[in-house]
Design a protein around this ligand. Structure first.
Ligand SMILES: [Zn+2]
Length: 319
């Protein structure tokens, strides 16, 4: 994911967040297991760095498919040529859960990890791949645990759900691609291909949520400004729900500025999407992004929030 500072958007956008009566019908019952989620993080980091071309990158795809199928889903693959990285082929992995509506809420993450650690304080460690415990593994673990707990509600959920694990997100900045738009980039190859190939028809997507770096001990989730400008109502809905669940310390009514991430290609196609991302993570793209930086409680807060959203979402346009 790539951070871009665009002050005009920061200044022009309002920071209002409205509460709505509908979210007051909180059912705090949750099936999300923090232990399971943490175990899914560890399973990934134990494989080693899941960067493109590594054995761990192959193994994490096998792990995802086997785990998804073990929950009773049909794991699907979207094979693609990386749009902006020559000779790289990727594989997005996804699955569907049927709800009462044919429209989908998309819940997504990237599963690859970065092949270098350019922000590491030690210059000699900057060319080695990262463990990616928070950057890649944490959000992937939360999506897996969500899939496990939501399967029992098949056909009962208000909306259908598409779970998407994007490949080739995190090797940006290495290939000298600097296009004119946010999606002419060497980041986010999997989501560019997935959105452009219309794997889930765009008119069937109600909205999407991307999770990225959701497991640190002191996360600060703020609005991604491009998504907030286009789809502020989704952020208002999700953040007001977080407040009602008692997660206001983590979900903060402020903006980060523009961040190019796997939700961006959907925004470019006018598909409503937000990014739940913690840019406050000190170990981003360093060798210290390791399993000891992962908090079960943070995984739980994000997971239970998204679980609640999927179980209870009605009409959110008025937020
Ligand atoms: Zn990253």
């Amino acid at each position: 994911m790539k951070k871009i500072y665009i002050l005009s958007i920061l200044i022009l956008s309002s920071l209002s967040c409205t509460d709505n009566a509908k979210a007051s019908e909180i059912d705090n019952k949750t099936d999300f297991s923090k232990k399971n989620a943490f175990e899914y993080v560890k399973k990934q980091t134990d494989m080693g760095s899941r960067y493109y071309g590594s054995d761990a990158h192959k193994n994490v795809k096998i792990f995802l498919k086997e785990t998804i199928n073990s929950f009773g889903y049909n794991s699907l693959s979207h094979n693609f040529d990386a749009p902006y990285i020559k000779d790289r082929k990727g594989e997005n992995i996804y699955a569907f859960l049927k709800g009462k509506s044919d429209k989908y809420i998309v819940i997504s993450t990237h599963f690859d990890s970065r092949s270098i650690a350019e922000k590491d304080p030690n210059p000699f460690d900057r060319n080695d791949p990262i463990s990616g415990a928070n950057d890649g593994a944490s959000s992937t673990a939360v999506v897996l645990e969500l899939m496990r707990v939501l399967k029992q509600y098949e056909n009962e959920l208000p909306y259908s759900v598409a779970f998407v694990f994007f490949d080739l997100e995190d090797d940006g900045g290495l290939f000298n691609i600097d296009g004119e738009s946010f999606t002419q980039t060497d980041w986010i190859q999997g989501s560019i291909a997935f959105a452009n190939d219309n794997i889930i028809p765009s008119d069937q997507i109600y909205f999407g949520i991307l999770l990225d770096m959701v497991g640190s001990f002191d996360p600060e989730f703020k609005y991604e400004s491009y998504a907030y400008t286009k789809n502020g109502y989704i952020y208002n809905y999700v953040w007001s729900t977080a407040k009602k669940l008692g997660y206001s310390n983590e979900f903060i009514n402020k903006q980060y500025g523009v961040i190019v991430d796997d939700h961006t290609p959907f925004l470019e196609l006018n598909i409503p999407f937000i990014d739940i991302i913690d840019m406050n993570y000190s170990y981003h793209h360093t060798q210290a992004d390791t399993i000891d930086k992962i908090s079960e409680d943070s995984l739980y807060k994000v997971g239970s929030l998204v679980e609640y959203i999927i179980k209870n979402t009605d009409d959110i346009k008025n937020y």
